[in-house]
Design a binder for this molecule. Structure first.
Ligand SMILES: [Zn+2]
Length: 401
């Protein structure tokens, strides 16, 4: 379906979009339709579900799921098996084409428990080995790897923070990489190029980034040339600033219209991510537009003492500068703003602590946070947070009780 057809469908079959677009001519230019926020959808209840599917709710055709955002807020999503299959189709085609992976390939992944349920460390499925993120601690790494070797996966679907912990285990213990493994797909969190390279080298396999969200599946997928291509069979992507499209190579909000969601249409849906269209013609043959993510989300904001806020993404630059100045490695980092002028910096590194701190402070001096206090804490690993199952690189607690 084309984006306009999806919009008209959403208007005709959901109360939410009917109200949202009530005062707009359906033939009006695309730009005139307002963006839909995650919060609107999360609070929309059944008004965001197509009335065509009301009678099927609760039946076996409809799959509903709770997904948690990076803020920990829950959203209920609805889809059908057929829609899910359609939304995954092009991802599977490219997995096969680029990395030789198909639905029969043996997969290893990590899972989070959101709601009750029986807890166990491992879950075994046809072609799949799942490992609980709660079980992922330093003490259990040897057992986890034994289980992975025994299972002989061909590929792994991992969050970057989890992949970093596993990669370090291989790197630091000198353990042989998994012989059966040929590919790792990273998804669910931002990661730096250095982290991606480190994971690829430790496992000695190809690594690709898959960018998506639970609400609509894959938005973009990285080809072997390193470009993150928009999955145009599944989504229509626009990058907007104050509602207007930005130029190529200019950052804006990533707004997505889902092409395979009629049960719960998502039209001009703000992903909360920031990125840009790249001006590149990729050699891989995929003509899909190439995007680049900024490495910080829209709500990753540092509060300043004058009431303004700046993107936390500059911490990536600060840590990049620290990395350039040391022999060792910064494996992971997280910054928490506790008060306007007080930050807690958590680092997993094999470098001398004093060296990290002096380089960090040197780099911070050139930023607007030159007067702030930074408290450093060192951990062997930074593990995903229990509630969301993800690891955020920046958290602002300032101004919250
Ligand atoms: Zn490409």
């Amino acid at each position: 379906m084309q984006k306009r057809e999806i919009l008209i469908y959403a208007y005709e079959y959901t109360n939410f979009y009917h109200e949202k677009y009530n005062n707009i001519d359906l033939d009006a230019p695309w730009e005139e339709f307002p963006v839909t926020t995650k919060q609107e959808i999360a609070h929309g209840g059944l008004s965001v579900v197509s009335s065509q599917y009301f009678s099927k709710l609760g039946g076996s055709d409809i799959i509903s799921d709770y997904t948690s955002g990076s803020t920990g807020e829950y959203m209920e999503t609805y889809t059908t098996k057929a829609e899910q299959k359609k939304s995954m189709l092009s991802l599977w085609l490219y997995r096969k084409k680029y990395y030789g992976i198909d639905t029969s390939s043996k997969l290893c992944y990590f899972f989070t428990f959101h709601r009750g349920g029986e807890r166990s460390e491992f879950e075994y499925r046809k072609n799949g080995l799942g490992i609980s993120k709660e079980f992922l601690t330093e003490d259990n790494l040897e057992e986890i790897f034994e289980e992975i070797y025994r299972f002989e996966p061909q590929w792994m679907l991992l969050q970057p923070s989890v992949a970093m912990i596993l990669a370090r285990y291989l790197f630091e213990t000198g353990t042989e990489p998994i012989p059966s493994l040929k590919y790792i797909e990273l998804s669910g969190e931002m990661f730096t190029e250095q982290q991606g390279n480190f994971i690829g080298r430790a496992f000695q396999v190809l690594v690709a980034s898959q960018y998506g969200c639970n609400e609509m599946g894959t938005i973009a997928y990285q080809c072997p040339c390193g470009s993150l291509h928009v999955m145009e069979h599944n989504v229509h992507v626009e990058i907007l600033n104050n509602g207007h499209p930005v130029e190529e190579e200019e950052d804006g909000n990533i707004i997505v219209t889902a092409k395979n969601n009629l049960v719960m249409p998502l039209v001009k849906y703000n992903t909360g991510d920031i990125g840009r269209f790249r001006k590149v013609q990729c050699k891989c043959g995929n003509r899909g537009a190439v995007i680049q993510l900024k490495g910080a989300r829209k709500d990753d904001l540092v509060m300043m003492d004058d009431g303004t806020a700046i993107s936390a993404s500059f911490f990536h630059r600060v840590f990049q500068e620290v990395q350039w100045g040391i022999e060792g490695r910064i494996f992971q980092y997280r910054v928490e703003q506790e008060e306007i002028d007080v930050f807690v910096v958590s680092v997993a590194t094999d470098e001398e602590q004093g060296k990290i701190e002096s380089l960090f402070c040197q780099s911070i001096k050139t930023t607007r946070l030159s007067h702030a206090t930074f408290q450093f804490r060192y951990y062997r690993y930074l593990l995903p947070e229990k509630q969301t199952g993800k690891l955020k690189f920046f958290i602002c607690n300032a101004g919250k009780d």
